[in-house]
Ligand binder design. Structure first.
Ligand code: NDP
Ligand code: MG
Length: 398
């Protein structure tokens, strides 16, 4: 029997975090939980702590950490509770830890994910924003510290599964012609364009195929998610943007494809359930049970494909432009998008104004070379300030 592995789950209270704990519980002879983290969701983390008995529980919010400490103490638990960002990095980098699930949403996930990379951990990367913001620094750190980086985003996990093992020699050297990055098109693929402005957060979060956190659900509805994933694919597989083609595939059964020079196209298929890539990342190169039901290909019956409509999905166009612009443009786009999506979820901004805010911020922000993390952090902060100003202005005007 293989030795039990210690796992830290960053963002345990979220959608990916919960799915990760489900897979771990199914394979408890292989994995034990070192740390669970959340931001403010006290009840959720408390419940998870009592079930999974981690060594540490960390809450980003210090007040929530103090309340969790009291609650666990009242239950007679000896789980150690820490608070703050530094503690997130600490449980990601601890010497005992074998694998870290990076499932915090947004830019906040970058420091602890990078801390895990710098300790050469097996890093299961769901937090795509970390790679979008600091791609070069992140991938360099993976190489230098010999971290094992396993993509959890379903598309990138599929691409990884379809790639030859030695793909890091360069796509051209291993006979790969291009990557086909699939997208469901979200809930508004067929909605009349004139109705998009009035879309509510509830409608935007009701994804037809996937059950996910609110931020990524909105990103899927605007297709900003696919823009972020385009950059993610370029960094993970050292691909040029023109080697990655976005294809709408509404059934979300094929999770992405890789085309080879000889005309072969390899695809990874499965039910749309994140436990498949999570189980793959945990056990790689072995396979374990994920709890995902068998794909009923007869019931699926058909697989459709179409090209994305950039008029309907301006966020995808903006992401492609930011990739071409290089420098800190993607940091700016990511931060502006995070602020705009939050404002939309708080009903301070209309759905179609998300793209307007991102475009406005990109046109005002200074583009610099992301040579170190301080530059990345400054570009992120500057973009947030500009985004808030634009949103305040829009609110005054409406
Ligand atoms: P959720 O919103 O469901 O969960 C986010 C997690 O991050 C929660 O544990 C939350 O804590 C925590 N968190 C939020 N803000 C902070 C912060 N400032 N500091 C520390 N922790 C924080 O998100 P998802 O699980 O849907 O997504 C997580 C990541 O995985 C995202 O980057 C997303 O793009 C990516 N991903 C998700 C997929 C999915 O199917 N859900 C698919 C592919 C990628 P709390 O609960 O306390 O707020
Ligand atoms: Mg994805």
């Amino acid at each position: 029997m293989t030795e039990q592995q210690w796992v830290t789950v960053l963002g345990a209270s979220g959608s990916i975090g919960q799915s990760t704990l489900d897979v771990i519980a199914r394979n408890s002879e292989r994995y034990k939980v070192y740390a669970l983290t959340a931001n403010t969701q006290l009840e959720k983390l408390l419940e998870q702590c009592l079930i999974h008995q981690p060594v540490y529980a960390v809450m980003r919010d210090e007040d929530s950490a103090e309340r969790l400490r009291q609650r666990l103490k009242a239950q007679g638990s000896d789980i150690k509770v820490l608070g703050g960002e530094e503690a997130l990095c600490q449980v990601a980098a601890a010497p005992q830890v074998d694998a870290v699930m990076a499932a915090i949403v947004g830019a906040a996930g970058l420091p602890p994910t990078l801390a895990a990379v710098k300790e050469g951990k097996r890093v299961l990367l769901a937090n795509k924003e970390a790679l979008v913001m600091a791609g070069r620094l992140f991938m360099d750190a993976v190489k230098i510290h010999k971290a094992v980086l396993l993509p959890i985003d379903s598309e990138h996990n599929a691409i990884y599964q379809c790639m030859p093992v030695d793909y890091s020699r360069g796509l051209a050297n291993v006979g790969v012609r291009k990557i086909l990055l699939t997208a469901s098109g979200g809930p508004f693929r067929r909605t009349p364009l004139t109705e998009l402005a009035a879309v509510t957060p509830e409608q935007a979060c009701a994804h037809p195929n996937w059950s996910m956190g609110r931020k990524i659900s909105v990103d899927s509805a605007t297709m900003m998610n696919k823009g972020l994933e385009l950059v993610e694919a370029c960094w993970l597989f050292d691909a040029r943007p023109e080697q990655v083609e976005v294809v709408i595939h509404p059934q979300s059964i094929i999770h992405s494809m890789v085309e080879y020079l000889d005309g072969s196209v390899l695809a990874q298929l499965g039910n749309p359930d994140m436990r498949t890539p999570i189980a793959y990342g945990l056990a790689w190169p072995e396979r374990i049970d994920s709890g995902v039901s068998s794909l009923d290909i007869i019931a699926t019956a058909r697989l459709d494909f179409e090209a994305p409509d950039l008029q309907r999905f301006p966020c995808l166009r903006l992401a492609s432009e930011a990739i071409s612009a290089g420098g800190t443009a993607m940091v700016t786009l990511n931060a502006a998008n995070e602020v705009a999506v939050e404002a939309f979820l708080q009903r301070q901004l209309g759905f179609t104004q998300i793209a307007d805010v991102v475009e406005g911020v990109l046109s005002q922000a200074t583009n610099t070379e992301p040579c170190d993390l301080a530059v990345v952090e400054k570009a992120d902060q500057d973009a947030r300030v500009i985004a808030q100003e634009i949103i305040a202005q829009q609110t005054v005007n409406t």
